[in-house]
Ligand binder design. Structure first.
Ligand SMILES: [Zn+2]
Length: 422
Protein backbone atom coordinates (compact mmCIF):
# COMPACT_ATOMS: atom_id res chain seq x y z
CA UNK A 1 0.00 0.00 0.00
CA UNK A 2 1.61 3.23 -1.09
CA UNK A 3 1.06 6.36 0.98
CA UNK A 4 -1.23 7.69 -1.75
CA UNK A 5 -3.50 4.71 -1.27
CA UNK A 6 -3.76 5.12 2.47
CA UNK A 7 -7.40 4.34 3.21
CA UNK A 8 -7.33 6.41 6.39
CA UNK A 9 -10.43 4.73 7.66
CA UNK A 10 -9.85 6.44 10.95
CA UNK A 11 -10.54 5.29 14.45
CA UNK A 12 -14.15 4.48 13.81
CA UNK A 13 -16.58 2.32 15.67
CA UNK A 14 -15.75 -1.35 15.35
CA UNK A 15 -17.96 -4.19 16.49
CA UNK A 16 -18.54 -5.53 19.96
CA UNK A 17 -16.14 -5.14 22.80
CA UNK A 18 -12.97 -4.74 20.80
CA UNK A 19 -13.42 -1.02 20.29
CA UNK A 20 -15.66 -0.21 23.21
CA UNK A 21 -13.85 2.90 24.36
CA UNK A 22 -11.70 3.76 21.37
CA UNK A 23 -11.95 7.40 20.41
CA UNK A 24 -14.59 8.23 17.81
CA UNK A 25 -13.12 9.50 14.57
CA UNK A 26 -14.37 12.57 12.80
CA UNK A 27 -12.51 11.59 9.59
CA UNK A 28 -14.71 11.03 6.52
CA UNK A 29 -15.44 7.37 5.82
CA UNK A 30 -13.22 5.81 3.17
CA UNK A 31 -13.15 2.40 1.58
CA UNK A 32 -10.29 0.16 0.59
CA UNK A 33 -10.42 -2.79 -1.80
CA UNK A 34 -7.45 -5.10 -1.26
CA UNK A 35 -7.12 -7.27 -4.35
CA UNK A 36 -5.38 -10.58 -4.80
CA UNK A 37 -4.01 -11.27 -1.35
CA UNK A 38 -3.79 -14.76 0.11
CA UNK A 39 -6.24 -14.36 2.94
CA UNK A 40 -5.90 -16.58 6.00
CA UNK A 41 -9.54 -17.25 6.82
CA UNK A 42 -11.04 -19.38 9.58
CA UNK A 43 -10.81 -22.64 7.62
CA UNK A 44 -8.10 -22.12 5.04
CA UNK A 45 -5.94 -19.75 3.04
CA UNK A 46 -7.05 -18.67 -0.44
CA UNK A 47 -6.69 -15.78 -2.87
CA UNK A 48 -9.42 -13.32 -1.95
CA UNK A 49 -10.38 -9.68 -2.31
CA UNK A 50 -11.06 -7.85 0.95
CA UNK A 51 -13.35 -4.81 1.10
CA UNK A 52 -12.80 -2.49 4.04
CA UNK A 53 -15.25 0.34 4.68
CA UNK A 54 -14.35 2.66 7.53
CA UNK A 55 -13.03 0.54 10.38
CA UNK A 56 -14.63 -2.75 9.30
CA UNK A 57 -14.11 -5.59 6.90
CA UNK A 58 -17.42 -5.79 5.02
CA UNK A 59 -16.66 -8.45 2.38
CA UNK A 60 -14.13 -11.20 1.69
CA UNK A 61 -14.67 -12.87 -1.67
CA UNK A 62 -12.87 -14.57 -4.54
CA UNK A 63 -13.45 -11.80 -7.07
CA UNK A 64 -15.26 -8.73 -5.81
CA UNK A 65 -16.60 -6.44 -8.54
CA UNK A 66 -15.61 -2.79 -8.59
CA UNK A 67 -17.25 -1.02 -5.70
CA UNK A 68 -19.10 2.30 -5.86
CA UNK A 69 -20.29 3.81 -2.61
CA UNK A 70 -22.06 7.19 -2.75
CA UNK A 71 -19.86 9.82 -1.14
CA UNK A 72 -17.20 7.30 -0.09
CA UNK A 73 -13.88 7.27 -1.97
CA UNK A 74 -12.72 3.73 -2.78
CA UNK A 75 -9.03 2.96 -3.17
CA UNK A 76 -7.92 -0.29 -4.81
CA UNK A 77 -4.61 -1.91 -3.83
CA UNK A 78 -3.04 -4.93 -5.53
CA UNK A 79 -1.52 -7.19 -2.91
CA UNK A 80 -0.01 -9.49 -5.55
CA UNK A 81 -0.25 -12.69 -3.55
CA UNK A 82 1.00 -11.36 -0.24
CA UNK A 83 -0.43 -12.97 2.85
CA UNK A 84 -3.27 -11.24 4.75
CA UNK A 85 -3.50 -12.25 8.41
CA UNK A 86 -5.44 -10.77 11.31
CA UNK A 87 -3.33 -8.31 13.29
CA UNK A 88 -1.65 -10.22 16.11
CA UNK A 89 -3.38 -10.54 19.49
CA UNK A 90 -0.72 -10.35 22.20
CA UNK A 91 -2.29 -11.43 25.48
CA UNK A 92 0.83 -11.03 27.64
CA UNK A 93 2.84 -7.83 27.52
CA UNK A 94 4.01 -5.10 29.90
CA UNK A 95 3.09 -1.74 28.30
CA UNK A 96 4.15 0.27 31.35
CA UNK A 97 7.56 -1.41 31.15
CA UNK A 98 8.54 -4.45 33.15
CA UNK A 99 11.74 -5.52 34.78
CA UNK A 100 12.88 -3.92 38.00
CA UNK A 101 13.56 -7.25 39.67
CA UNK A 102 17.22 -6.27 40.18
CA UNK A 103 16.56 -2.84 41.66
CA UNK A 104 15.35 0.50 40.31
CA UNK A 105 18.11 0.69 37.71
CA UNK A 106 16.73 -2.48 36.06
CA UNK A 107 13.29 -1.02 35.29
CA UNK A 108 12.33 -0.92 31.65
CA UNK A 109 10.70 2.05 29.94
CA UNK A 110 7.06 1.99 28.73
CA UNK A 111 6.38 0.52 25.30
CA UNK A 112 5.41 3.01 22.60
CA UNK A 113 2.43 2.58 20.28
CA UNK A 114 4.60 2.08 17.20
CA UNK A 115 6.69 -0.61 18.91
CA UNK A 116 3.51 -2.69 18.97
CA UNK A 117 2.35 -1.83 15.48
CA UNK A 118 5.69 -2.43 13.76
CA UNK A 119 5.51 -5.89 15.34
CA UNK A 120 2.15 -6.51 13.62
CA UNK A 121 0.24 -6.35 16.90
CA UNK A 122 -3.30 -4.95 16.94
CA UNK A 123 -4.53 -6.12 20.34
CA UNK A 124 -2.56 -5.91 23.58
CA UNK A 125 -3.36 -7.33 26.99
CA UNK A 126 -1.15 -5.64 29.54
CA UNK A 127 -0.13 -7.16 32.84
CA UNK A 128 2.18 -6.65 35.78
CA UNK A 129 4.90 -8.99 37.03
CA UNK A 130 6.90 -9.16 40.24
CA UNK A 131 6.79 -5.45 40.85
CA UNK A 132 3.45 -4.12 42.04
CA UNK A 133 4.91 -1.56 44.44
CA UNK A 134 6.45 0.80 41.92
CA UNK A 135 4.28 -0.36 39.04
CA UNK A 136 0.56 -0.25 39.74
CA UNK A 137 -2.61 -1.43 38.09
CA UNK A 138 -3.81 2.17 38.00
CA UNK A 139 -0.81 3.10 35.82
CA UNK A 140 -1.37 0.01 33.68
CA UNK A 141 -5.02 0.90 33.14
CA UNK A 142 -4.06 4.44 32.13
CA UNK A 143 -1.44 3.15 29.68
CA UNK A 144 -3.96 0.72 28.13
CA UNK A 145 -6.40 3.60 27.70
CA UNK A 146 -3.67 5.70 26.05
CA UNK A 147 -2.90 2.90 23.58
CA UNK A 148 -6.62 2.57 22.84
CA UNK A 149 -6.86 6.27 22.11
CA UNK A 150 -4.10 5.86 19.53
CA UNK A 151 -5.82 2.95 17.76
CA UNK A 152 -4.75 -0.29 19.41
CA UNK A 153 -7.29 -2.59 21.01
CA UNK A 154 -6.15 -2.75 24.61
CA UNK A 155 -7.05 -4.65 27.76
CA UNK A 156 -5.33 -5.75 30.94
CA UNK A 157 -5.11 -8.60 33.39
CA UNK A 158 -5.45 -7.74 37.05
CA UNK A 159 -3.32 -9.69 39.53
CA UNK A 160 0.41 -10.32 39.43
CA UNK A 161 3.15 -12.82 40.27
CA UNK A 162 2.62 -12.52 44.03
CA UNK A 163 -0.23 -13.96 46.09
CA UNK A 164 -2.51 -12.62 47.43
CA UNK A 165 -2.44 -10.34 44.40
CA UNK A 166 -2.32 -6.59 44.04
CA UNK A 167 -5.39 -5.33 42.15
CA UNK A 168 -7.15 -2.13 41.09
CA UNK A 169 -9.86 -2.19 43.72
CA UNK A 170 -8.40 -4.54 46.32
CA UNK A 171 -10.32 -7.56 45.03
CA UNK A 172 -10.08 -9.48 41.73
CA UNK A 173 -13.86 -9.99 41.68
CA UNK A 174 -14.49 -6.26 41.82
CA UNK A 175 -11.87 -5.57 39.15
CA UNK A 176 -13.44 -8.11 36.78
CA UNK A 177 -16.97 -6.99 37.53
CA UNK A 178 -16.45 -3.23 37.29
CA UNK A 179 -13.83 -2.64 34.56
CA UNK A 180 -14.47 -3.54 30.92
CA UNK A 181 -10.73 -3.26 30.32
CA UNK A 182 -9.98 -6.07 32.79
CA UNK A 183 -10.27 -9.33 30.84
CA UNK A 184 -8.87 -11.80 33.35
CA UNK A 185 -6.45 -12.44 36.17
CA UNK A 186 -2.75 -13.09 35.97
CA UNK A 187 -1.18 -15.21 38.69
CA UNK A 188 1.89 -17.41 38.99
CA UNK A 189 3.01 -20.79 40.23
CA UNK A 190 6.55 -21.95 40.82
CA UNK A 191 7.85 -18.54 41.93
CA UNK A 192 8.73 -17.08 45.33
CA UNK A 193 5.63 -15.53 46.91
CA UNK A 194 3.30 -16.90 44.23
CA UNK A 195 0.30 -19.22 44.56
CA UNK A 196 1.78 -22.16 46.43
CA UNK A 197 -1.02 -24.62 47.17
CA UNK A 198 -3.89 -26.27 45.36
CA UNK A 199 -6.30 -24.63 47.79
CA UNK A 200 -4.97 -21.15 47.03
CA UNK A 201 -5.37 -21.85 43.32
CA UNK A 202 -8.90 -23.16 43.87
CA UNK A 203 -9.93 -20.04 45.78
CA UNK A 204 -8.40 -17.74 43.19
CA UNK A 205 -10.12 -19.59 40.34
CA UNK A 206 -13.42 -19.27 42.19
CA UNK A 207 -12.96 -15.51 42.48
CA UNK A 208 -12.12 -15.29 38.77
CA UNK A 209 -15.22 -17.27 37.84
CA UNK A 210 -17.53 -15.22 40.04
CA UNK A 211 -16.13 -11.82 39.07
CA UNK A 212 -16.20 -12.70 35.39
CA UNK A 213 -19.85 -13.76 35.59
CA UNK A 214 -20.76 -10.45 37.17
CA UNK A 215 -18.74 -8.60 34.53
CA UNK A 216 -20.28 -10.59 31.64
CA UNK A 217 -17.03 -11.95 30.29
CA UNK A 218 -15.45 -15.42 30.04
CA UNK A 219 -13.33 -16.47 33.03
CA UNK A 220 -9.62 -16.21 32.25
CA UNK A 221 -6.89 -17.32 34.66
CA UNK A 222 -3.53 -16.62 33.01
CA UNK A 223 -0.84 -18.52 34.92
CA UNK A 224 2.84 -17.67 34.72
CA UNK A 225 5.01 -20.79 35.04
CA UNK A 226 8.52 -20.66 36.47
CA UNK A 227 11.32 -22.76 34.98
CA UNK A 228 10.84 -25.42 37.67
CA UNK A 229 8.18 -27.93 36.64
CA UNK A 230 6.80 -28.25 40.17
CA UNK A 231 4.58 -25.28 39.43
CA UNK A 232 3.06 -27.16 36.52
CA UNK A 233 2.46 -30.15 38.77
CA UNK A 234 0.45 -27.97 41.16
CA UNK A 235 -1.81 -26.85 38.31
CA UNK A 236 -2.14 -30.45 37.12
CA UNK A 237 -3.30 -31.61 40.56
CA UNK A 238 -5.86 -28.81 40.81
CA UNK A 239 -7.27 -29.60 37.37
CA UNK A 240 -7.21 -33.37 37.82
CA UNK A 241 -9.11 -33.11 41.10
CA UNK A 242 -11.77 -30.94 39.45
CA UNK A 243 -11.00 -28.00 41.74
CA UNK A 244 -10.09 -25.64 38.88
CA UNK A 245 -11.90 -25.85 35.52
CA UNK A 246 -9.26 -26.48 32.85
CA UNK A 247 -11.07 -24.35 30.27
CA UNK A 248 -10.46 -21.14 32.24
CA UNK A 249 -6.70 -21.68 32.59
CA UNK A 250 -3.88 -20.74 30.23
CA UNK A 251 -0.32 -21.50 31.32
CA UNK A 252 2.33 -19.22 29.86
CA UNK A 253 6.13 -19.46 29.47
CA UNK A 254 5.77 -23.17 28.52
CA UNK A 255 9.05 -23.05 26.56
CA UNK A 256 11.38 -22.44 29.53
CA UNK A 257 12.94 -25.85 28.86
CA UNK A 258 11.95 -29.25 27.41
CA UNK A 259 10.84 -30.49 30.83
CA UNK A 260 8.32 -27.68 31.39
CA UNK A 261 7.14 -27.98 27.77
CA UNK A 262 6.46 -31.70 28.21
CA UNK A 263 4.53 -31.07 31.42
CA UNK A 264 2.54 -28.31 29.72
CA UNK A 265 1.60 -30.69 26.92
CA UNK A 266 0.17 -33.04 29.55
CA UNK A 267 -1.80 -30.10 30.95
CA UNK A 268 -3.06 -29.28 27.46
CA UNK A 269 -4.38 -32.83 27.15
CA UNK A 270 -6.42 -32.07 30.26
CA UNK A 271 -7.90 -28.99 28.50
CA UNK A 272 -5.61 -26.17 29.63
CA UNK A 273 -4.47 -23.51 27.14
CA UNK A 274 -0.71 -23.39 26.49
CA UNK A 275 1.07 -20.15 25.65
CA UNK A 276 4.57 -19.90 24.16
CA UNK A 277 6.63 -16.84 25.13
CA UNK A 278 8.57 -15.07 22.38
CA UNK A 279 11.25 -13.62 24.65
CA UNK A 280 12.08 -17.03 26.14
CA UNK A 281 14.68 -18.01 23.57
CA UNK A 282 18.02 -19.77 23.98
CA UNK A 283 20.12 -16.67 23.32
CA UNK A 284 18.27 -14.84 26.13
CA UNK A 285 17.68 -17.80 28.48
CA UNK A 286 20.05 -20.75 27.97
CA UNK A 287 18.17 -24.04 27.89
CA UNK A 288 14.99 -22.52 26.50
CA UNK A 289 13.12 -24.16 23.65
CA UNK A 290 13.18 -21.78 20.65
CA UNK A 291 9.64 -20.39 20.52
CA UNK A 292 8.93 -21.39 16.91
CA UNK A 293 10.06 -24.93 17.69
CA UNK A 294 7.80 -24.98 20.74
CA UNK A 295 4.90 -23.91 18.50
CA UNK A 296 5.74 -26.71 16.09
CA UNK A 297 5.88 -29.31 18.85
CA UNK A 298 2.63 -28.12 20.38
CA UNK A 299 0.83 -28.16 17.04
CA UNK A 300 1.98 -31.77 16.58
CA UNK A 301 0.56 -32.87 19.90
CA UNK A 302 -2.16 -30.48 21.06
CA UNK A 303 -5.40 -29.25 19.42
CA UNK A 304 -4.58 -26.00 17.62
CA UNK A 305 -7.34 -24.16 19.50
CA UNK A 306 -5.34 -24.47 22.74
CA UNK A 307 -2.08 -22.97 21.45
CA UNK A 308 -1.14 -19.26 21.61
CA UNK A 309 2.04 -17.17 21.46
CA UNK A 310 2.72 -13.91 23.30
CA UNK A 311 5.56 -11.39 23.34
CA UNK A 312 6.00 -10.81 27.10
CA UNK A 313 7.45 -7.52 25.89
CA UNK A 314 8.52 -4.96 28.45
CA UNK A 315 10.82 -7.14 30.52
CA UNK A 316 14.57 -7.37 30.16
CA UNK A 317 17.50 -9.58 31.04
CA UNK A 318 21.04 -8.59 31.99
CA UNK A 319 23.86 -9.21 29.54
CA UNK A 320 27.43 -7.94 29.70
CA UNK A 321 26.56 -5.32 32.28
CA UNK A 322 23.65 -3.96 30.26
CA UNK A 323 19.94 -4.74 30.05
CA UNK A 324 18.57 -6.36 26.92
CA UNK A 325 14.98 -5.16 26.53
CA UNK A 326 12.32 -7.64 25.42
CA UNK A 327 10.51 -5.91 22.61
CA UNK A 328 7.16 -6.57 20.93
CA UNK A 329 8.92 -7.37 17.64
CA UNK A 330 10.03 -10.65 19.22
CA UNK A 331 6.48 -11.89 18.60
CA UNK A 332 6.67 -11.03 14.90
CA UNK A 333 10.03 -12.77 14.81
CA UNK A 334 8.41 -16.02 15.97
CA UNK A 335 5.73 -15.67 13.30
CA UNK A 336 8.41 -15.09 10.66
CA UNK A 337 10.21 -18.26 11.72
CA UNK A 338 6.95 -20.22 11.67
CA UNK A 339 6.19 -18.98 8.14
CA UNK A 340 9.71 -19.61 6.85
CA UNK A 341 9.83 -23.11 8.36
CA UNK A 342 6.24 -23.87 7.27
CA UNK A 343 5.43 -24.92 10.80
CA UNK A 344 1.71 -24.85 9.92
CA UNK A 345 -0.53 -23.48 7.15
CA UNK A 346 -1.10 -19.72 7.43
CA UNK A 347 -4.71 -20.04 8.57
CA UNK A 348 -3.60 -22.16 11.54
CA UNK A 349 -0.83 -19.68 12.37
CA UNK A 350 -3.50 -16.95 12.25
CA UNK A 351 -5.37 -18.89 14.94
CA UNK A 352 -2.25 -19.39 17.05
CA UNK A 353 -1.08 -15.76 16.82
CA UNK A 354 -4.47 -14.03 16.93
CA UNK A 355 -7.76 -15.91 16.82
CA UNK A 356 -7.30 -18.29 19.72
CA UNK A 357 -6.40 -15.56 22.21
CA UNK A 358 -9.28 -13.37 21.02
CA UNK A 359 -11.74 -16.22 21.49
CA UNK A 360 -10.43 -17.08 24.97
CA UNK A 361 -10.72 -13.44 26.00
CA UNK A 362 -14.21 -13.12 24.54
CA UNK A 363 -13.21 -10.42 22.01
CA UNK A 364 -15.57 -10.72 19.07
CA UNK A 365 -14.28 -8.02 16.74
CA UNK A 366 -10.63 -9.03 16.38
CA UNK A 367 -8.44 -12.04 15.62
CA UNK A 368 -9.97 -13.12 12.30
CA UNK A 369 -10.30 -11.71 8.79
CA UNK A 370 -14.06 -12.01 8.36
CA UNK A 371 -16.89 -9.73 7.27
CA UNK A 372 -18.16 -7.75 10.24
CA UNK A 373 -14.80 -7.85 11.99
CA UNK A 374 -12.60 -4.88 12.68
CA UNK A 375 -10.20 -4.17 9.84
CA UNK A 376 -7.05 -5.02 11.80
CA UNK A 377 -5.04 -6.60 9.00
CA UNK A 378 -1.42 -7.70 8.84
CA UNK A 379 0.06 -7.99 5.35
CA UNK A 380 3.23 -10.09 5.14
CA UNK A 381 4.99 -12.03 2.44
CA UNK A 382 4.73 -15.82 2.56
CA UNK A 383 8.33 -16.29 3.67
CA UNK A 384 7.92 -13.78 6.48
CA UNK A 385 11.07 -11.89 5.47
CA UNK A 386 9.71 -8.72 3.85
CA UNK A 387 8.65 -5.63 5.83
CA UNK A 388 5.07 -5.73 7.03
CA UNK A 389 2.12 -3.46 6.45
CA UNK A 390 -0.49 -3.10 9.20
CA UNK A 391 -3.99 -1.67 9.19
CA UNK A 392 -5.79 -0.99 12.44
CA UNK A 393 -9.46 -0.11 12.15
CA UNK A 394 -8.95 0.38 8.41
CA UNK A 395 -6.17 2.90 8.95
CA UNK A 396 -2.65 2.16 7.71
CA UNK A 397 -0.40 2.49 10.75
CA UNK A 398 2.65 0.69 9.33
CA UNK A 399 3.62 0.94 5.66
CA UNK A 400 6.37 -1.39 4.40
CA UNK A 401 7.82 -1.68 7.88
CA UNK A 402 7.73 2.05 8.65
CA UNK A 403 5.25 3.43 11.21
CA UNK A 404 2.94 6.06 9.73
CA UNK A 405 1.33 6.78 13.09
CA UNK A 406 3.54 7.31 16.11
CA UNK A 407 3.09 7.70 19.82
CA UNK A 408 2.69 11.36 20.76
CA UNK A 409 5.13 10.78 23.60
CA UNK A 410 8.83 10.54 22.91
CA UNK A 411 11.30 11.20 20.14
CA UNK A 412 10.58 10.30 16.52
CA UNK A 413 11.16 6.57 16.54
CA UNK A 414 12.98 4.10 14.41
CA UNK A 415 11.19 0.77 14.11
CA UNK A 416 12.57 -2.02 16.25
CA UNK A 417 14.90 -4.14 14.13
CA UNK A 418 13.84 -7.65 13.31
CA UNK A 419 15.48 -10.08 15.68
CA UNK A 420 18.29 -12.34 14.60
CA UNK A 421 17.45 -16.03 14.21
CA UNK A 422 17.35 -17.98 17.46
ZN1 LIG B 1 5.47 -11.13 31.61
Amino acid sequence: MSPSSDPAGGRGTGPATASASRAESTDPVRALLLRGGRVAGPTGTAVRDVLVVGAQVVAVDADLPGVRLPGVPVTEVDLAGRLVLPALVDQHSHPTGGGGGGGPHTQNLPIRFEQYTTAGIGTVVGCLGHDTVVRTHEALLARVRALRAQGLTGYLFTGEIGHPPATLTGDVRRDLALFDEVRGVKAAVGEVGAVGTVDELRRLAGAVARGSRTGGKPPVLHLHLGPDRRGVDLVARAVADGLVPAAMVTVTHVNWNPDVLAAAIDLAHAGVGVDVTACIRPDYFPGAVPPHRAVAELLDRVPVEQVTVTSDAGGAHPHDGALVPHRPVLLLDVLRHCLADRVAPPHLLAAVFAGNAARRLGLTGVGTVTPGGRADLLVVDGSGREPITLLLGGRTVVEAGVPTVTDPVGDPPAPDPVEAPV
